[in-house]
Design a protein around this ligand. Sequence first.
Ligand SMILES: Cc1cc2nc3c(=O)[nH]c(=O)nc-3n(C[C@H](O)[C@H](O)[C@H](O)COP(=O)(O)OP(=O)(O)OC[C@H]3O[C@@H](n4cnc5c(N)ncnc54)[C@H](O)[C@@H]3O)c2cc1C
Length: 393
Amino acid sequence: MLKRDVIVIGAGAAGLFCAAQAGFRGRKVEVLDHAKKVGRKILMSGGGRCNFTNMYASPDNFLSNNPHFCKSALSRYTQWDFIALVEKYGIAYHEKTLGQLFCDDSAKQIVDLLLSECRRADVTVTTRCEIFAVTRQADGFLLLTSAGEYQCESLVVATGGLSMPKLGATPLGYQLAEQFGLDVLPTRAALVPFTLHEQDKTVFADLSGISIDARAGNQLASFNENILFTHRGISGPAVLQISSYWHAGEDVEFDLFPNGDLHEQLRQAQEVSPDALLSTALSQFFPKRFVQASLPYFDIPNKPLKQFQGKSLQQVAEAYHHWFLKPNGTEGYRTAEVTLGGVNTDRLSSKTMQAKEVEGLFFIGEVVDVTGWLGGYNFQWAWSSGWVAGQYA
Ligand SMILES: Cc1cc2nc3c(=O)[nH]c(=O)nc-3n(C[C@H](O)[C@H](O)[C@H](O)COP(=O)(O)OP(=O)(O)OC[C@H]3O[C@@H](n4cnc5c(N)ncnc54)[C@H](O)[C@@H]3O)c2cc1C
């Protein structure tokens, strides 16, 4: 029987960070992970450069059934704390856009930082370890695993969400929550591309690779970034962001000219070049291939600008400013960056991340019903929730 003060299940962002904090308090900590390698999502993140936090991270950038829950952890371990740690390790980084901080070199530097913190804190990390069963004992928990039997006072569940099963995602965290009487809110893929209905797909598949500045929105939120046509559907940051607020069957509204007044632009073009075709005028603002596909799609005749009389030019502009698209669905967990829903925060202490009714049991990171926007927010939640739990586990 192996005795530890703290066992952390999951050697991802939240688990490794939490383990180090608990280790610094003098706790004997071991992290168990079934994967061959630790931090696989970190390695894949940000196109291999890890968008490790966001300078503007605030509770408003997170979705949860209880939007207040994340406030405590985010305020006690902030983006500035993690940035200071990154700087302490001499990792060069840059802001890509909208406060998103990326490593200059490689996401591996963040994994190395975490492992180095774990080493400094005397934390043992065991990979290729299957968890067979977890039971509660009078003074803690008993774990049956492929690496033997463990006994621990505190158990931290940091198994992440369901996205990207190829990278080791499993529902173990949700199962443990339910086993110990916590409820799990319905999960669904988020920060995920949309798939299209056949009639839209046939039009836009030819545009694969084209990206356009756009605002994607619905009644709940809107994001002004860009959209990317792919051979499967539609992606890009604005689409990924709004996917977290989308439910099957709903429309998404796109403003394809979000930073200007297309009617005014077309009116000016009409004045200057009345004989020019509408497609020529639109090609000043959009990629040519997109113009060619979008005119018939929006049922707009491609004729000389002077022939657009009355309100017809305004109607053209409105088609581009207010494009309502009903996605067929999403690409699902296979390509989603995160999972919405998860362990209901009602049964967790926001101060400690400990289950209110099960002493010694903690849930941190993505397994909890706190989901960040695209842009480094999800890692910040992993650091903040992991740090907090590390003070008490
Ligand atoms: C491709 C991709 C790119 C991303 N890019 C970014 C980004 O740039 N910025 C950002 O903020 N967020 C990004 N995210 C989201 C971010 O990676 C996650 O939100 C974050 O990793 C969650 O941390 P976590 O520790 O909760 O879970 P994870 O990092 O997923 O770690 C969970 C760990 O638990 C282990 N585990 C799971 N099940 C079991 C089991 N049954 N037994 C034992 N171990 C188990 C897994 O192997 C894994 O190591 C990205 C996600 C993906 C998929």
